[in-house]
Write a protein that binds this ligand. Structure first.
Ligand SMILES: O=C(O)CCC(=O)C(=O)O
Length: 253
């Protein structure tokens, strides 16, 4: 494994622990908050309406097509990458163009402001929520392991409230080999860790042997985690499929 707690071998995926699904806790708010406090994350399956996720997926893929990232011989919704593209560098002007086109769209708002999502956040905070800030739409191609998000804590970059939570939503089914998120349960309880590189871009080193968890995501699932919870992305090990996701950040109002 790499020195920045990146996964560089497909076999490593099967050795990772698995997320706990908090869906059964949704009608027990005290238990939901206890799980969030203890684990620093909530995986909630089948939460965002699938039609909203797929409509945002379609919008993102239409822009991907216009940016030259797609194999136009394959069906749009399959999200098959054009040969030899390397996508995932946030400094790429095309990446910035993707944000400019998608973030103000009604399809993006339908997912980021979904009643189901806001209901979970209100239960978590035991009160009203504000947010939708720090939003990002992400596209990662295969063969771009060096662009995979390294281990980090969002609080290193956002500062501000330690009650901020990030919500991450895959835009379609996302099996582990497509490159979802992985995190270390309970890591939010150890405070802010040192991050390496310019503006912390290389993330937190030395966590190779930590108890990481991951899992296959289905369309409509969401993962949310505290801003101090250490997380990273898994590489896209598929032959040619793009990994699509969105993330947004919330805090108590
Ligand atoms: O989707 C990714 O690769 C990274 C997401 C992430 O780190 C975040 O949402 O904070």
């Amino acid at each position: 494994m790499g020195t920045l707690a990146r996964v560089d071998r497909m076999e490593t995926l099967s050795a990772l622990g698995r997320f706990r699904d908090s869906r059964p806790l949704l009608s027990h708010h005290d238990a939901l908050r206890a799980e969030a406090d203890g684990q620093g994350y909530l995986l909630v399956s089948q939460t965002i309406p699938i039609e909203d996720v797929l409509s945002l997926r379609r919008s993102v893929l239409e822009v991907c097509g216009e940016l030259g990232w797609l194999d136009h011989d394959a069906p749009l919704m399959d999200g098959i990458a054009a040969r030899s593209v390397q996508i995932g560098d946030y400094r790429d002007p095309l990446w910035v163009e993707l944000q400019r086109r998608i973030l103000p769209s009604p399809e993006f708002a339908a997912v980021a402001e979904s009643a189901q999502l806001l209901g979970i956040l209100e239960a978590l905070y035991a009160g009203p929520v504000q947010g939708g800030k720090g939003s990002v739409v992400r596209v990662f191609s295969p063969n771009s392991a060096d662009l995979t998000t390294p281990a980090h804590q969002d609080h290193f970059y956002t500062r501000g409230s330690e009650q901020m939570w990030t919500v991450w939503v895959p835009l379609g089914d996302c099996p582990v080999e497509l490159g979802g998120l992985s995190l270390i349960p309970g890591s939010h309880r150890h405070g802010l860790l040192g991050h390496e590189g310019d503006n912390g871009a290389r993330g937190v080193p030395g966590l190779e042997d930590a108890e990481w968890v991951a899992g296959d995501f289905a369309c409509g699932d969401l993962l949310m985690f505290n801003c101090l919870t250490v997380h990273r992305a898994l590489p896209n090990f598929t032959a040619n499929r793009l990994r699509l996701s969105v993330d947004f950040r919330f805090e108590p109002a």
